[in-house]
Design a protein. Structure first.
Length: 339
């Protein structure tokens, strides 16, 4: 039997090539509506297909049970060492649901998505794991089924996820997402998910603050503030929801200038609900000063990433301005290209 150290010593690229089954899932970016979406407002998110989490599956030694090999963390999780690990539990539940009898499996994963940075790294890893298990079981799972499995797992990380992350990652297309708030009995009605029309693809630069922030912290802080001042926060969430509706129209019409102004307006409101940070504000300001059409944080905030809407003329200057303002890295992607 291979020791855990031997398993971890293999580069993931080799594990991937040698594996019996492979699957992957994309990063995501919330264009607008984060936080407000937890309170029933609409939000827009897109999948970033060229930034991915990957999972590879091979048969494991007899009697080993499922083992998750987290290459990036240089860790192995199994029933003995990490029975309550959320990803191991997701794997166990998925195997149960897929009615897989043979469960001695080595499931490796690696991700290009920066963790705890608002780009859906957790949802993408979970989705890649569910997809590779479905491939092993010889089952075609619909995006909605995968999304539901991942949602149940995300609930363990932060109690009240809106479900937008798992949805956009599993559907892998731009979405309009709205979910009515939880009912007094705690149940949450099903979300309305629409595939979004983007008539003219647009370029963005994603600036990473390099500050990791677990989603549940800002989400919990916003909840506390909302409980103390419900009218004020409901008003802010309503305004963010109205911006999402206007952004939807801009995406359909291809009006990038108006889109930029609306991103700026959304950022201002995110500042007012208290989830921005001086470093995020600095990057947003630097991007705008260098000619971006608009810029805002994306995801839960208190760190993570921001993005700037750029034109071919402003792209290089904005990239340099983000680096000069202290971005840990800058990623570039084109949003709205049919996959
Ligand atoms: O930071 P992320 O990628 O986990 O995004 C969280 C988005 C929120 O709207 C803040 C929370 C949610 O559940 O929708």
């Amino acid at each position: 039997m291979q020791s855990q150290r031997e398993k971890l010593a293999k580069p993931f690229a080799q594990v991937w090539t040698e594996a019996d089954y492979r699957a992957s899932a994309p990063a995501k970016l919330i264009v607008c509506g984060e936080h407000a979406v937890v309170y029933g407002q609409p939000a827009i998110a897109v999948a970033l297909s060229d930034i991915r989490a990957r999972s590879a599956l091979s048969r494991g030694p007899r009697g080993s049970g499922p083992q998750i090999i987290a290459h990036d963390l240089q860790t192995v999780w199994n029933r003995e060492t990490a029975a309550d690990n959320p990803l191991l539990q997701l794997v166990e539940r998925t195997l149960e649901q897929l009615e897989v009898a043979e469960r001695d499996l080595e499931i490796s994963f690696s991700s290009e998505i920066p963790i705890a940075s608002g780009m859906g790294s957790g949802a993408a890893i979970a989705t890649a794991l569910v997809r590779v298990l479905a491939a092993y079981a010889g089952r075609e799972l619909r995006a909605g089924e995968i999304s539901a499995m991942v949602y149940a797992s995300e609930q363990r990380f932060h109690g009240t996820p809106s479900g937008i992350d798992n949805t956009v990652v599993a559907y892998e297309q731009p979405i309009w997402y709205q979910r009515p708030p939880a009912q007094p009995d705690g149940t949450r009605p099903a979300p309305s998910i629409e595939s979004l029309q983007i008539s003219a693809p647009f370029s963005i630069l994603i600036g990473d603050t390099g500050i990791r922030s677990a989603t549940h912290r800002p989400v919990g802080a916003v909840r506390e503030r909302w409980q103390k001042q419900p009218e004020r926060y409901n008003r802010l969430f309503d305004q963010i929801g109205a911006i999402s509706a206007q952004i939807r129209s801009c995406l359909a019409s291809g009006d990038h200038k108006a889109l930029g102004a609306l991103l700026d307006a959304n950022q201002k409101l995110l500042g007012q609900i208290g989830v921005s940070l001086p470093k995020l504000n600095q990057l947003v300001r630097a991007a705008r000063n260098a000619g971006a059409l608009g810029a805002k944080l994306s995801g839960a905030g208190w760190g993570g990433v921001m993005f700037a809407l750029v034109t071919p003329e402003s792209r290089d200057a904005v990239r340099q301005a983000l680096l000069d303002a202290g971005a840990a890295r800058v990623l570039e992607t084109l949003v709205g290209v049919p996959s």
